[in-house]
Design a protein around this ligand. Sequence first.
Ligand code: KIV
Length: 271
Amino acid sequence: MSSPAKDSPVTTRDFLAMKSSGKKIVVVTAYDALFGRLVDEAGVDCVLVGDSVNQVLCGEPSTLSATLDQMIYHARAVRRGVGRALVVVDLPFLSYQVGREDAIRNAGRVMKETGAGAVKLEGGAAMAETVRALVEIGIPVMGHLGLTPQSVHALGGYRVQGRDEQAARRLESDAAALEAAGVFSIVLELVPASLAGSITAARAVPTIGIGAGPRCDGQVLVLPDLLGLNDAFAPKFLKRYASLADDVRGAVARYGDEVRRGVYPDAEHSF
Ligand code: KIV
């Protein structure tokens, strides 16, 4: 993977430069220092501390119960592991929707306490004034449209968005409203590829797709999904680049077997 200037930290300005030069932006989630370091060493451009941590690592049914303290805890850990990639932190449900002052205080805490480079929030035109307020005080914001998991109950499940004409036009105008409000990029989740392509072409800021086809300016995947660690989750858009769940089960079963048979520890692994 190659990105802006080889070893200098990635900034939000680099996102815009990459769109202009046609370089795809590579984003993955991470939730701790260990995987933060590994994905950074693999050369990703951006590490997203997603509120998906609440489901993927904490076993909750949705992202709705994620808290600000939880996101700060994970983001601090990721930040310690990442040297070069841009670290973006999800603002959890109800940390930015109640009012602008609340959003500024909570996003400000994320920036002060984690050392991250930006926050992400969900929603379109309705969030534009909040985005503007954050950007005005120097907090870069990544938008998130399409399937917005914090609204899963209103959307009736984890399903593709923007399939009908009216919904497609709304997504287009939401993307325009976010860009006008100052976001530096927009995640498009579960959006038909042709619609994601036309939004990408119409916008100056890069789009980052997940289940949104190949014409987005970048892609994001949830790390345990792409590693095949979270093997219970198999949506159509997901490509697994490893089968680590099998490796984990196999390694732990072999360890258990050797302990039970008295094979481990042997002389080589004893003092
Ligand atoms: O929480 C998350 O991991 C996300 C990505 C799926 C975009 O928002």
